[in-house]
Write a protein that binds this ligand. Structure first.
Ligand SMILES: [Zn+2]
Ligand SMILES: [Zn+2]
Length: 106
């Protein structure tokens, strides 16, 4: 998975992390410099990505909460991975993402 980082012109302390999803969407997650709050987006096909400190823990919590509510049962098991992206202001920011075994139709 290749992530593209963009800085918001109107808010230079905020970055957008997106990828070109196989389903045709371009899911975007937002992260603000220095924030403890993670950004995330669930794509229509079932892919999920989280950006920010402890992104993987947040992603795992989110997926298990959704599972407990009976969501995502149609997409099968998730494979979770993590990486880092370069922040526009320097340093790196963790990104975690999950790919379902059976993606939904776009
Ligand atoms: Zn998608
Ligand atoms: Zn889509």
């Amino acid at each position: 998975m290749e992530f593209i980082v963009r800085k918001l012109a109107s808010r230079p302390d905020t970055m957008l992390v997106r990828y070109d999803c196989a389903c045709g969407c371009k899911p975007n997650a937002e992260y603000k410099q220095g924030s403890d709050e993670v950004g995330s987006e669930h794509c229509c096909c079932g892919n999920v990505h989280f950006v920010g400190p402890n992104a993987k823990e947040h992603l795992e919590t989110d997926l298990s909460e959704r599972k407990a509510q009976g969501e995502d049962s149609d997409v099968g098991e998730y494979t979770i991975s993590e990486t880092k992206v370069d922040a526009p202001w320097g340093g790196t920011i963790p990104v975690a993402y999950a790919i379902p075994s059976a993606a939904r139709e776009h």
